[in-house]
Structures are given as structure tokens and as C-alpha cells.
Design a protein around this ligand. Structure first.
Ligand code: ZN
Ligand code: ZN
Ligand code: ZN
Length: 335
């Protein structure tokens, strides 16, 4: 079992650290590179038939679109999406560990996105991503039903440079008793913008026509390159409907989102030659009175951050957001 401790900086409240000693022992033989070797793919713990290599699922979406929960010693075989606790958690459900306002209590779960082992093949079939969003919407609602949980972040690591240790398409969910610093900072930004301009900043963006950073428009979503990116080609996916969390999205919106997200990821992979990337879903804290508009941020790993970026939060990028939008729009025409 890993040893965990959570800390907040005494002078920089935007800095929270989980010290996770045992996580260093995460299985290296599942390494991303290793799984490119044909024979080793047999040991992928997320592939169908290997369900016993992972803990029992807290939620399974079956091929007949039923939602099930696995008991100990029980595994569902005909699944489309499996969600289960991370074997090497950074947050714990049975913990007393806390420091002031922050606690290690929380959910750290893995979402296996499809039975398909290859991310590229998975992205060619957006209906699988739609199933992921259906399962996620349900699981996030369940977790937010826990009185102690305040905020849920869902993240994607694809590739070793983006922090992935397993190649099979999967997401991770982190549910905390506190709202992470980045979201707190966004809440303050939404408040400031609304006070100054009388409108939510993302609603303002959605209503702007002729935006040079526009990459893609769909029935329910708009994709832009970020105005002030941390990585070149960084994207923002914004729902047209003002809402604090993805849990309020309709089936129709989630279906549309799956088409949009898989398309922009394929565009990044094509344009940047199999680039590693992260993306994440940002939702407001539960029961927040503050203005918020949920969104997805996509960050390809293009630039290596040096001391200046790490020390200051100021990021140097080598392609302008307007230029990267042109390149992405052109690539999207050929997809
Ligand atoms: Zn696999
Ligand atoms: Zn809005
Ligand atoms: Zn955000």
C-alpha cells in the first residue's frame, strides 16, 4: 500500500501537493513503449478478458447499454466502458489524513474507454467515446451524491510525455473534498469578467462570430485555440449551452461532443505526428453559487517546460494561437 500525504503551500494557496510514496512502484512492464511490442500486448490489464487484473468495477456499461456494478470476485465480460478504483490511488475513501481544509479523502478511478486497445483505432469510432460520456455522466453524478465530495476532475493522459503508463485508451477521475486551485482561479476569473462585461466569458466567446482562433463548430460545441496557451495548439472545447457541469448535458449533446473531441484529437495526431496529449473536463464545485461554464481543455505536449515556465506560470509557445487555428482548420478538412 502506498503512503499518502496531502499538503497546501503556506504562502501560495494555488499549490496543493499529494506526496505519494508507493506510486513509484507502479508496474513498469505495462509501459507505453513496451506495449508497442506485439507479444507484450497480451498483458494489457485493460483489454477484454483481463478484467481480473483490475479491481471490481464501480460502474460497467454493457453492450446492451445496461449499467452494472461488479461485486468482489465478479467481472462483467461484454462491456463497452469499465470504471473501477485505481490500484495505486492518490486519494482514499478510508482515511483520516487531512491538513486543515484539505483531506486525502476522495475517489481516484480509472475509466477504460473501450475494449479497443489502440487509441488511434478508438478515435475512428466516436460512438465508443459517446458511451464513455454516458457512463461518466452517471458516475460523476453518483460521486457528487457523496456529501463529502465538492469537485470532480476527469483527465486524459495519452502517451509517456503526457504521463500515461498504460497505452490502452483510458481516463482517470479525481473527486476531492476541496476545489482544486486551477478551478478556484477560473471561478475568480469568471467573476471578474462578469462584473466588467455583464456576461459569462465563455458565453461571450460562443457568441462571437469571425473569431480567428475558431477551429471547429458543431450543433452544441465550439472549439478554439487558447488565447494564452501553455502549449502550442492548446484547445478549448466550449458547450454552447451555459451550464456548470457536464452532468447536465443531454444525450444529444454528449453524442455531438464525442464527434467533436475525437475529430480534434485526430487532427492533432495528424498535424503533430502522433503527439502525446492531455485533456480534462472542468466542472464547477458542487452547489457553487458562483458563475461557471463547464468546458474541456486539450493540451498536446509540444513544448518542454523549462525553469521559467515552472517558476513563474508564464509559458513560452512557439506557434501563435491564430496560426495554429489555421493549421488545424486545414487538417480538419482532410479528415
Ligand atoms: Zn489493451
Ligand atoms: Zn456561459
Ligand atoms: Zn478550465
Amino acid at each position: 500500500m502506498s503512503r499518502l500525504e496531502i499538503r497546501r503551500s503556506l504562502f501560495d494557496s494555488s499549490r496543493i501537493s499529494i506526496i505519494a510514496i508507493g506510486r513509484r512502484r507502479r508496474p513498469k512492464h505495462y509501459s507505453y513503449q513496451g506495449l508497442h511490442v506485439g507479444a507484450l500486448t497480451k498483458i494489457c490489464p485493460f483489454c477484454p478478458g483481463h478484467e481480473y487484473m483490475t479491481p471490481p468495477a464501480t460502474l460497467v456499461l454493457t453492450s446492451s447499454l445496461e449499467y452494472l456494478v461488479e461485486g468482489e470476485g465478479e467481472r462483467v465480460r461484454d462491456w463497452l466502458v469499465r470504471i473501477f478504483p485505481n490500484k495505486y490511488p492518490a486519494l482514499l475513501l478510508n482515511t483520516e489524513g487531512s491538513r486543515g481544509t484539505i483531506s486525502l479523502y476522495g475517489y481516484h478511478e480509472v475509466i477504460v474507454e473501450s475494449p479497443i486497445h489502440s487509441e488511434e483505432v478508438y478515435l475512428e469510432n466516436p460512438k465508443y467515446m459517446y458511451y464513455v460520456f454516458l457512463a461518466l455522466r452517471r458516475r460523476i453524478k453518483e460521486i457528487l451524491g457523496d456529501d463529502r465530495i465538492e469537485n470532480v476532475v476527469v483527465i486524459k493522459n495519452r502517451g509517456p510525455r503526457a504521463g500515461a503508463s498504460i497505452v490502452h485508451p483510458h481516463l482517470q477521475l479525481f473527486a476531492n473534498t476541496f476545489t482544486p486551485p486551477v478551478i478556484l482561479s477560473e471561478l475568480q476569473g469568471f467573476k471578474n469578467f462578469k462584473e466588467k462585461h455583464g456576461i459569462c466569458p465563455l458565453c461571450y466567446m460562443v457568441n462571437r462570430i469571425d473569431e480567428p482562433r475558431l477551429v471547429l463548430e458543431s450543433k452544441h460545441f465550439i472549439v478554439y485555440t487558447r488565447y494564452a496557451p501553455k502549449q502550442a495548439y492548446e484547445l478549448l472545447i466550449v458547450p454552447r449551452k451555459h451550464s456548470p457541469c457536464i452532468t447536465n448535458a443531454s444525450d444529444d449533446e454528449l453524442f455531438d461532443l464525442a464527434q467533436v473531441l475525437s475529430k480534434v484529437l485526430r487532427a492533432l495526431l495528424r498535424l503533430l505526428g502522433g503527439v502525446d496529449y492531455n485533456y480534462w473536463i472542468h466542472c464547477a464545485p458542487k452547489n457553487s453559487e458562483m458563475e461557471y461554464h463547464w468546458h474541456i481543455e486539450v493540451q498536446p505536449v509540444v513544448e518542454t517546460w523549462g525553469g521559467y515556465e515552472k517558476s513563474s506560470g508564464v509559458h513560452i509557445v512557439t506557434v501563435s494561437p491564430e496560426e495554429s487555428a489555421v493549421e488545424l482548420r486545414n487538417i480538419l478538412k482532410s479528415l
